[in-house]
Design a protein around this ligand. Sequence first.
Ligand code: IPM
Ligand code: MN
Length: 357
Amino acid sequence: TQPFKIAVIGGDGVGPEVVAEGVKVLEKIQALDSSVAFTFEAFPWGCEYYLREGKMMADDGLEQLKAFDAIFLGAVGYPGVPDHISLWDLLLKIRKGFDQYVNLRPVKLLKGAPCPLKGVEREAVNMTVIRENSEGEYAGAGDWLFKGQPEEVVLQTGVFSRKGTERIIRHAFEVARKEGRSLTSISKANALNYSMVFWDQVFQEVAREYPEVVTYSYLVDAAAMFMVRDPGRFEVVVTSNLFGDILTDLGAAIAGGMGLAAGANLNPERKYPSMFEPIHGSAPDIAGQQKSNPLAAIWSASQMMDFFGREDWGAAILEAMEAVLQEEQALTPDLGGTATTSDVGDAVIAKLEALAP
Ligand code: IPM
Ligand code: MN
């Protein structure tokens, strides 16, 4: 079989140690299943590289990554390197450069994961959040006028193109139809009188092509409240770049914490590689101590298997995670256990062995 080529960018802080566990899980799958093969190549890019070389990645970094099927990324950002450099020159550069316009973030309460919500059934927390990932509030457009003067004015412009808005909404409808679930659009047209009026209009237009999908539309403030009070209302969710960023941290909080939150940055046309990453940050305070929870990174490895068309293994990884989550001592301190990062990876591998599809 033709191996899937995976570029590994551990990045900063806890990034390398959590990604190592994700790679370990993929290697285990390769060992268990002769129809699955991977090659891994590591890239040393990130803040340490920046402090040495004056840049976050090689000048031809995107060119080097182009040849891969997927990128497995840990985390980006470290004290001493300004965020606008570390993020715009590595993480956001890849998302934008490879037109990874779909950010797919499951908000699902796995068996054994702690939920802070009272009176909510586990099954109620089960959303597929689809965040626009290429433009919107993250377009980087704006201006800074009269710097330092009393008339100072700063503009941060959201960019919502017809093409960009339509394709993310259409992708969400495809997912909802495939999953046989409802689709909720989250916007804010009552206050954002250009961007979100347009968003809502496009949502209604595309909805006409999918009469079989039940749709809902929420304002983002109300959606935030209902995600906490009644998460069962939401199944597939589509929203803008910034709203999706905020709502998926809220989603992480109701689905076991940041240590369990995964994300896929997809270029659905497969013209460029897609990127898989835990959505947590680099957590410099605990980096290098084997205290970080690798389950978010392992979940993104599961998303990678789905993306490669091996949903059987994607599902097996989640099942193995659920089995581990039910053994308290096998977990890292954020989930109340005493295990190390690599202990958790080992535990997932042991369960996978038993579950091999
Ligand atoms: C995320 C992160 C990034 C984002 C930051 C680090 C730029 O918060 O992946 O959710 O806002 O997209
Ligand atoms: Mn975020």
